[in-house]
Design a protein around this ligand. Structure first.
Ligand code: SF4
Length: 146
């Protein structure tokens, strides 16, 4: 079973009310057993919502509000959902295809906290949990690797 960021499948859970639909990810989804998650909506955040970025050990939205708790709860709920799905289906978790640069789903590179589209090294809050559990992660840009 593969974990997939919901917005990559065309679901409108992105901060601006839209999505990050990716044709290759959708093709992959049709051919494999997948578990779809959006950690931010699972943390109770609405769509649309203010964009948020990681600043130090917190997640702050563009209005300056601290959204760390919602991001952390959402990431834990998403991971719990994945574990329950894997158990119910009796499948191993093969890996994850997650949206690049997101404060939840970004792997290795995330926005730098200045809301200027600049990137810095780091992982999203959900990705941190997956790495603690040794889950292989790629972004939608690397889908050809699988
Ligand atoms: S939290 Fe992940 S799945 Fe949800 S909109 Fe952001 S990048 Fe997409």
């Amino acid at each position: 079973m593969y974990i997939i960021s919901s917005c990559l499948l065309g679901n409108n859970c992105k901060y601006d009310g839209g999505n990050n639909e990716n044709r290759k990810v959708i093709e992959f989804y049709k051919k494999h057993s997948c578990c779809t998650v959006c950690p931010e909506t699972m943390g109770g955040l609405a769509s649309p919502r203010m964009p948020a970025e990681i600043v130090g050990d917190k997640v702050i939205d563009k209005a300056g509000l601290d959204k760390t708790r919602a991001f952390e709860i959402g990431a834990l709920r998403a991971w719990d959902h994945v574990l329950k799905q894997a158990e119910r289906r009796r499948e191993k978790i093969e890996g994850a295809i997650l949206k690049s640069n997101s404060p939840s789903c970004g792997n290795g590179k995330i926005y730098d906290g200045t809301f200027s589209k600049r990137l810095t090294q780091g992982d999203g809050i959900f990705v941190r949990i997956l790495k603690e559990n040794n889950i292989k992660i790629i972004s939608e840009k690397e889908i050809d690797l699988w």
